[in-house]
Design a binder for this molecule. Structure first.
Ligand code: ADP
Length: 228
């Protein structure tokens, strides 16, 4: 309990700082993007055109990181509505279809049953996307990712399992910490935000991982939201 309180104080302080920095950065980034486009349109050789499009791509990546930062610092209240879990999982798959194909990853699904839950569809989709994206990033080309979904009387269990690089015990302990990332282009905020969202839904994460073998992430959510 005390640890949770300390964690939420730490997150609140970090969040305030992050929001301040994010606002400071967003405007100049817009200007940089505009000029990169301007010079790209007037470039007379291929190299200059390529550099300009690289600059635009990098600015877009920074903007995405800033969106995560802002969301982390100012999480919105969920709007709980009845949801069909299968719809959410299908949306998740559609949105990452291209990335899965690009790495030739096989996605094994077993969620034939129709399960209804009470939740915020946009927020939960974000969690699912983050978890599947992480599995994808950890996977080698031609890897295998399985998504299973089960339920009992009160809860649903969504498990995303990959046979990718896996994590050490220390990495496993830190994976939900803000800004913890082992990826060159990572923000380390995906799972922090996902953790916040799952907590808002009175749920929790269970993770098992073995280096060199793979990782299994289970999201446990109550089917109905209790009054808080
Ligand atoms: P990011 O994806 O920007 O690095 P996340 O918060 O989503 O940020 O993840 C934090 C870190 O947790 C990742 O950089 C990675 O080290 C670790 N991680 C998360 N999921 C997996 C996974 N399925 N396999 C291996 N490592 C993982």
């Amino acid at each position: 309990m005390e640890e949770q309180l300390a964690r939420s104080h730490r997150l609140a302080a970090l969040g305030k700082m992050a929001a301040g920095i994010a606002h400071e950065i967003r405007n100049p980034l817009g200007t940089l993007r505009g000029f990169a486009q301007y010079f790209g349109a007037r470039a007379e050789d291929d190299a200059s055109r390529e550099y300009s499009s690289l600059m635009i791509g990098e600015v877009d990546r920074l903007n995405e990181s800033i969106s995560s930062l802002l969301q982390f610092s100012r999480p919105r209240e969920p709007e709980f509505l009845p949801l069909e879990l299968e719809d959410l999982l299908e949306k998740m798959e559609k949105l990452l279809e291209y990335d899965l194909k690009e790495k030739n990853i096989t996605l094994e699904k077993s969620y034939t049953c129709s399960i209804q839950i009470e939740g915020d569809g946009d927020l939960l989709l974000q969690v699912l996307l983050n978890v599947l994206k992480n599995a994808l990033n950890a996977s080698e080309t031609d890897g295998l990712i399985s998504v299973t979904c089960e339920n009992d009387d009160e809860h649903i269990y969504i498990t995303v399992k990959d046979n990718g690089v896996g994590m050490s015990r220390v990495e496993c302990e830190q994976m939900f910490d803000p800004f913890f990332t082992t990826r060159k282009t990572g923000t380390g905020l995906g799972l922090t935000v996902s953790h916040q969202i799952v907590e808002q839904h009175q749920g929790l994460f269970k993770v098992t991982s073995e280096q060199g073998k793979g990782t299994s992430v289970t999201i446990i959510l109550p089917q109905r939201q209790r009054e808080q």
